[in-house]
Design a binder for this molecule. Structure first.
Ligand code: FAD
Ligand code: A2P
Length: 275
């Protein structure tokens, strides 16, 4: 049993022998469904803030069990941060939720993704629109000086069912202004608009509704979106992404890609929500 690590009830085999092993440095549990963790960064890994990589553990048969994860830390950070769901019977997260500092995870150092600043035409204001763990790529982009060099205003809209599910994003945003590395870039450019949909909170409602009704513009004292000034990045469930796209198209923004930059880009926060 010496070569097996027992983590609570789950048995996690070490991945030290694999070339892509990284060490867990810290873990924080936010709710019974959400946690974040930091791991060592492979020296060779270069990525653009907003991209995702494949991470995972070995399964019972010693085979890598990998899933896509947005890197939540910015590209300049010496460590890598991830923000994760805990799916009760999920093949990966039923185990991953038990990691502790010193454990090893697998990380394939091949970053990809559409939520990168290069995939958008230049603009004045950028909107980060996320539900649930979809805030992860924006946790990276909100901590990247390039975001504030490229845009005069950054609006982070994050919507969850409950207040507790907003806490990771709230603490992250709260810490930005006083951050010795990024604070001066952020200044007063970042506007944060968290809402809940199923628990009382000062601001409530779906992102789609708050954009379409104009409530978010009124609440923040901002002009409505337009194609000349506004750029957007979207990350949530498939249903959310589809509905937000329709709202953005209503403001005449057009979907872009790495190879064809336009006014907005979209990525799924996860696959398989029954659609
Ligand atoms: P799976 O078998 O992968 O999923 C089981 C079911 O759980 C899914 O069918 C879905 O209904 C639900 N589910 C899965 N992930 C989520 C989620 N994040 N939020 C709500 N419900 C979910 N997950 C993260 O937690 N953080 C990330 O940063 C992240 N980035 C991703 C980026 C991309 C591009 C994609 C495609 C997925 C991303 N995911 C992320 C989802 C992740 O890949 C896994 O699905 C998740 O870790 C659960 O793995 P699992 O093996 O336990 O369950
Ligand atoms: P709601 O509570 O009204 O469904 P989930 O936990 O189901 O992934 O949802 C996360 C958040 O995203 C919830 O606040 C949810 O609101 C919201 N949401 C889910 N689907 C959509 C959608 N199609 N358009 C806008 N918001 C959505």
């Amino acid at each position: 049993m010496d070569d097996l690590k027992t983590v609570n009830d789950a048995t996690v085999k070490p991945v030290r022998t694999l070339p892509d092993a990284q060490t867990v440095l810290s873990v924080r549990h936010w709710t019974d469904r959400l946690f974040s963790f930091r791991v060592t960064r492979p020296q060779s890994l270069r990525f653009r803030s907003g991209e995702f990589v494949m991470i995972g553990l070995l399964d019972d048969n010693g085979k890598p069990l990998l899933r896509a994860y947005s890197i939540a830390s910015p590209s300049w950070d010496e460590e890598l941060e991830f923000y994760s769901i805990k799916v009760p019977d999920g093949p990966l997260t039923s185990r991953l939720q038990h990691i502790r500092p010193g454990d090893q995870i697998i990380l394939r150092p091949k970053p990809v993704g559409t939520l990168v600043l290069d995939a958008l035409l230049p603009g004045k204001r950028i909107w980060f629109l996320a539900t649930g763990t979809g805030i992860a790529p924006f946790a990276s982009l909100m901590r990247d000086p390039e975001t504030y060099e490229k845009y005069d205003q950054v609006v982070m809209m994050h919507t969850c069912r409950t207040v507790a599910e907003l806490e990771y994003g709230r603490q992250l945003v709260e810490g930005l202004k006083d951050d010795p590395l990024i604070g001066e870039f952020v200044g007063d450019k970042l506007k944060y608009y968290p809402t809940t949909t199923r628990e009382d909170f000062p601001r409530m409602g779906r992102i789609t509704d708050n954009l379409a009704s104009g409530k978010v513009f009124a609440d923040l004292g901002l002009a409505p979106m337009d194609r000349d000034s506004d750029r957007a990045m979207v990350c949530g469930s498939l249903a959310f992404n589809i509905d937000v796209k329709a709202v953005l198209e209503g403001f005449e923004l057009r979907e872009g890609a790495n190879s064809d930059p336009r006014e907005y880009v979209v990525e799924k926060a996860f696959v398989g929500d029954g659609i």
